[in-house]
Design a protein around this ligand. Structure first.
Ligand code: GSH
Length: 224
């Protein structure tokens, strides 16, 4: 099966959680919007399939949107999820919690509105980021640190790798200070980064660098 991933071509964003799964599994996929005329194709597919926002995945006749849902579909097909329903639902639940966490990362730099520039909501961003750093970030990190996950690598481990990577980019000072409280997450991050297919992907041009248009953005004034 050749999967077609549709996502904004210049950012890691939510699409990266899908890219990591496809890359780790060595799946055959096309990152459609990064191809010539790919953006036009993406908008056409969004309209035709009534998709609110990317990422979405085309798998044969199926079109699936919502990051966690795409991973729920792909997981067993890519060998990145258990097969039993209770375990898959548990994994999906954790993945949805990652989605919630990601929204809060985004809201650090866009606390008032996604349609406004960061520059138009700077005072609110400072307040929001302070609360995120002091209260929400330790709560999410502590939650996933304590989660009993077993040894196998699933979508969830790949996503936790991406959260650590992104947070290190966005909040380097904070992460340097607090990371040692989460040794299992740091070890997991390193283990995922060393997986041969992922290591090759991360070193390739297919991995878009973090930048100031994505979800993880580095504004020094929001870090401490
Ligand atoms: N809940 C969705 C959110 C999708 C989403 O917000 N996509 C962003 C890019 S990361 C987007 O293009 N949003 C456009 C919009 O909300 O108008 C998911 O987890 O996939």
């Amino acid at each position: 099966m050749r999967y077609q991933l549709y996502y904004w071509p210049s950012i890691q964003g939510r699409g990266e959680f899908i890219r990591l799964a496809l890359e780790d599994a060595g799946a055959d996929y096309v990152d459609v919007a990064r191809r010539p005329r790919g953006m036009k194709a993406m908008f056409t597919q969004m309209k035709r399939n009534h998709v609110f926002a990317p990422p979405f995945l085309r798998a044969g006749q199926l079109v699936i949107a919502q990051t966690a849902m795409i991973l729920h579909y792909l997981g067993p097909r890519l060998g990145l999820a258990p097969k039993s329903e209770p375990q898959r639902l548990w994994l999906h639940q954790q993945q949805l919690t990652i989605s919630d966490w990601l929204v809060e990362v985004h809201d650090m730099h866009h606390p008032i509105g996604s349609g406004l520039y960061y520059e138009d909501q700077k005072p609110e961003s400072r307040r929001r980021a302070e609360d995120f750093r002091k209260s929400r970030l330790p709560k999410f990190l502590g939650y996933f640190e304590r989660l009993e996950r077993g040894r196998s690598i699933t979508n969830l481990e790949l996503s936790l790798f991406q959260m650590v990577e992104g947070l290190r980019y966005a909040l380097p000072k904070t992460m340097r200070r607090i990371e040692r409280k989460y040794p299992k997450l740091v070890a997991l991050h390193d283990r995922v980064a060393a997986r041969p297919r992922l290591a090759a992907y991360l070193a390739s041009e297919r991995r878009i660098a973090f930048n100031q248009q994505g979800i993880f953005r580095h504004y020094p004034e929001l870090d401490a």
